[in-house]
Design a protein around this ligand. Sequence first.
Ligand code: NAD
Length: 521
Amino acid sequence: MSTQRITYATMAADPNLHVEFDAAIERVKGTLGKTYPMYIGGDAVTASGQFEDRSPIDTRILLGLFQQGGREHVQQAIAAARAAAPSWGSTPWQERVRLLKTLCEVIRKHQYDLSALMIYEVGKNRLECLGDVVETADLIEYYCDEFTRNNGYLKPMETLGPNEHNYSVLRPFGVFAVISPFNFPFALAGGPAGAAMVAGNTVVFKPASDTALMGVKFAEMCMEAGLPKGVFNFVTGPGRTAGQELIDNPGIDGIVFTGSMEVGMKLLKDNGGRKIPRPVIIEMGGKNPAIITSRADLEKASDGVYRSAFGAQGQKCSACSRVYVSRDVRQKFVDLLVEKTKTIKVGNPLEKDVWMGPVVNEGALRTYEDAIARARKDGGKILTGGNRITTEPFDRGYFVEPALIDGLPKDHPLFKEELFVPITVLTDVLSLDEGIELANDTEYGLTAGIFSEDEQEIETFFNRIEAGVTYANRRSGATTGAWPGINPFGGWKASGATGRGTGGPWYVQQFMREQSRVRIK
Ligand code: NAD
């Protein structure tokens, strides 16, 4: 077994890791194409219709058939979660921590097979998929450890008299809905679900339909770990019906959602109409800038930008999709960035030396082609990329070239809209001030990066940039790559609703409410 720790900042893999991957890919190949149920209250449940989950690498590969769950299935899952909630919520927190740590071990035990399946389903490369799986276990473990460090969130308070004993205790809300996006189908399902469960809530989880396979695999891990029946319930179905029921149903006591601003803001609005308030923990999109000043090390900057712009095909909420480069160093930086982008190997991500796989579906392909056409129409210059790859065998999947666009007006919509495909726009600036102003001129505020060898410039950037996750001189990723317990990850402005990052010290408390206890003895 490879001993290398894989995070999103890993630049090169230990060769043993590829031996593990080769074996895992062979193992999982034979398991593709099964029919999967939903899991409600520990029972396998089917619906009258199913939907297909196919690989973006080659759409002839059927990954699985999943249940087209409707509102009634979600209602059933909520009832199961409600039935399990009192007993799970009153289970000693040490026991919940023990069970969730078992879940981490189970995930780590299956990490290569899970990652191999994720390559098929999402099209990310080997390291990205392994990072996603390992992060899931690390997120859950971090929340467990926070519980332990905080003594289960039971805190003695001051007293006003000799016989008085006062406590603050954080207690679960009841049932949480967990709604996850396609791009980190394990970490953004397991992380939030793990936090909800260690805090004593039960969960109804619905994955994105593009990544139902990773969703059911997480449910299988929960069963293998021995979580009590009804604590984790898994439903599949369309967002607008099954997903919407999770929002509309009064049996849901809290929602944790990661996904687009469009859907996230709708959930916040729908939630606002309720009679009884409930927490909505919402993480949304980004349009993440990198600023390259005249004092930057351009080798570092160009490495950091291309890795963040095109890692996972630009389908990271933290992807570097805008670059503001000082006019003084513009030409040299652009030359380096274009040269490095051209060396990116696009291809079948099951292969070990492929760095960029396909985008996730036909919709993403259309977004890519539309954005390139808009850029061309509005006078943009495509420095590299811009085409769908249609040569065999890529014509059966959704492969595109990484694209860099220059020459658009600084207020062009492509500097503001989240595209979520491998396209990055760049322009020049006259000063750091102008770079920061333009970087902040968007509704989003997720991640941002700077490259400068000047401490004062870096300090100015940290103080003035409107983003929840910030990086200076990060060669392994200008704007991407956070890790639990190391870099809390959460957005400002329209990128997140809570101001508290995942994998950070203020996250798990959001899944609980405070009870103040006064006892006179
Ligand atoms: P999406 O918003 O289309 O879907 C997210 C989830 O919401 C899916 O499970 C979908 O089925 C569900 N959904 C859709 N409509 C719904 C409704 N009406 N009611 C309830 N659920 C509904 O996002 P996506 O395309 O899967 O993921 C990409 C987006 O996620 C990007 O915007 C990206 O920036 C964002 N993202 C953010 C973070 C973060 O931490 N801030 C991390 C990863 C991805």
